[in-house]
Every structure is written in structure tokens, then in C-alpha cells.
Write a protein that binds this ligand. Structure first.
Ligand code: ZN
Length: 283
């Protein structure tokens, strides 16, 4: 089986199947203790995990649902995010195209589970569907051509944004405006992309209450996955389990005229081809 790593009650699990129908296998138990139980410890032994996942059968494990999953990368040492990384989104936000990845931090305390509720604050909270890179081997000064060898896999993510807080000053305040409690759902798991020839050209969608609001291919990124990893690693050392949000495309609520922000009761579904879907309810 291709490697997909999930977390259930803090324990690392292999995933067999897709987000609608899947089974899980406890990593430590299945490996008779040779692989870690702590999901964050898995990213530095990704090659061993991949080898073990390949030995699993379709019928192994027990049935599970995405509502039972925790965040697969709950404590990244660094949680980066790249803004305005799709041309159409930069246009709708009225911003010039960046010439280097426009990078900010999302803080770890904002991390949420794949189906966790998002507690809205104020009346201008917004959705941003994103591909999330999770670092495997880490490193510094990583060449673009080597970048995928330093990546464990990818996940779907939401960069929920409080637009009032984000634009409360000049220049805008990205990091705090996107780091309120629960504003960073990631999941449903980290999917290995080693065998996926389309890993730079995946469909990424966001729907609110079943209505598609965002729909893109990740090949529309201004700076692609390899460029982002290489760029960041020239400045910051990257560590196993670091996570990087890679930007959102057009269709956010703030870009509509008039804007349509999230309301209590809204259901946000974020789907990344080759990975799966996360579903978050606004409360
Ligand atoms: Zn974003």
C-alpha cells in the first residue's frame, strides 16, 4: 500500500483506502515496536515507514472514519505559510504578484483536527483551501532538484483567516490573523507522493455547504513545492515534521463582491486529489 500516515488519539496509524472508506493499522504494533508510536517521530524514519506500508494488505487493520482522526502533524517545530501563491488569488485580493514566496508563520496552537470545529470570531472569518507540505528528512540549502527527497508527503489544509485582524494595520498582519484557536485544520493524513507522477498537478477544491467556492490545479502555484522547500531551506533549517501551507487560489469569501464570510453552521470541505478530504464545521 502507498504510505498514508494518520493519528488516532496521538498514535501513528497507517491508512489503507480512501477518505470515504478506509482501514487503519497501528504503526508501532504492526512493526512489533521497530517503528514509533508517536506520529511526530515518524517523519524522520519515513523511508522505513514506506517500506513497512508496502507490506500491508488491503484487508489489514480496522475500519475507521475521518471524524476519528487527530491532526497527522500536531506539533511541527515550524509551521510556515506562503501567501498569494496563486495568480488568480493575488488578483482578487488586489495585491501585486510576489517575486519571492511571501512567507508568514501560522502558530502551532492554531492547529485543528481533520474534522474539528472552527470557532468563528467576529463576522469576517474566511476559508482558504491549501496543499500542505510535510517535511521528512529536513536539511539546509536544499536544491530544487532534491526537494522531494526531503519531503515526507502532503496533506489538505485550511488556512482559516480573520480578515478584520489580518487587515487591521499597515502592512497587513498575516500571522496572527490566521492563528486563532482552531484556524489550522490539517489532514486527513500525510500522503506519501513518491509514486505519484501528478504530485505537482493535483486538483484542490473547497466547498461551503456543498457549493464549490475554490477549484484549482496545484500546478497553478506561482512558486511550486520544490521551489518553496528550496527557498525556505536557504534561510531556515527545515526539520522532520515541519509543515508548510502553500497558498490558496481564487474564490475566497473576501474576494467576492460583496464578500461572503463564514457563518456559524457552515460546513467547509477541502479536498486534495491523491490525498483526501477534511470537513470542518463553523461554530
Ligand atoms: Zn493562505
Amino acid at each position: 500500500m502507498p504510505l498514508k500516515l494518520a493519528s488516532i488519539q496521538g498514535r501513528a496509524h497507517f491508512v489503507i483506502g480512501s477518505s470515504n472508506d478506509f482501514r487503519v493499522v497501528d504503526v508501532e504494533h504492526s512493526s512489533k515496536g521497530s517503528l514509533p508510536s508517536d506520529v511526530m517521530a515518524c517523519f524522520s524514519v519515513w523511508q522505513s515507514l514506506r517500506a513497512h506500508a508496502a507490506s500491508l494488505a488491503k484487508t489489514d487493520g480496522v475500519a475507521c472514519s475521518i471524524e476519528q482522526l487527530d491532526c497527522p502533524v500536531p506539533q511541527p517545530r515550524q509551521l510556515f505559510a506562503v501567501g498569494l501563491n496563486y495568480k488568480k488569488h493575488a488578483e482578487e485580493m488586489g495585491s501585486p504578484l510576489p517575486t519571492t514566496p511571501l512567507t508568514f508563520a501560522k502558530f502551532q496552537s492554531s492547529i485543528n483536527t481533520p474534522c474539528g470545529d472552527v470557532r468563528l470570531v467576529g463576522s469576517t472569518c474566511d476559508y482558504e483551501s491549501e496543499l500542505v507540505i510535510v517535511i521528512g528528512a529536513g536539511g539546509i540549502n536544499i536544491a530544487q532538484s532534491d526537494a522531494w527527497q526531503h519531503i515526507a508527503g502532503i496533506a489538505a489544509g485550511q488556512d482559516i483567516s480573520d480578515r478584520t485582524l489580518q487587515y487591521s494595520g499597515v502592512p497587513p498582519q498575516f500571522s496572527l490573523g490566521k492563528s486563532r484557536t482552531g484556524f489550522t485544520p490539517i489532514g486527513p493524513w500525510v500522503a506519501d507522493m513518491d509514486d505519484n507522477a501528478s504530485r505537482d498537478d493535483l486538483r484542490l477544491t473547497c466547498s461551503v455547504n456543498g457549493e464549490i467556492r475554490q477549484d484549482t490545479k496545484t500546478s497553478d502555484m506561482i512558486f511550486d513545492i520544490s521551489q518553496i522547500v528550496s527557498y525556505l531551506s536557504d534561510i531556515c533549517q527545515l526539520f522532520p515534521g515541519d509543515a508548510i501551507f502553500t497558498g490558496t487560489t481564487a474564490g475566497v469569501g473576501h474576494g467576492h463582491k460583496p464578500p461572503i464570510y463564514l457563518q456559524r453552521g457552515d460546513i467547509i470541505e477541502t479536498t486534495l486529489e491523491g490525498v483526501g478530504m477534511i470537513r470542518n464545521r463553523c461554530v
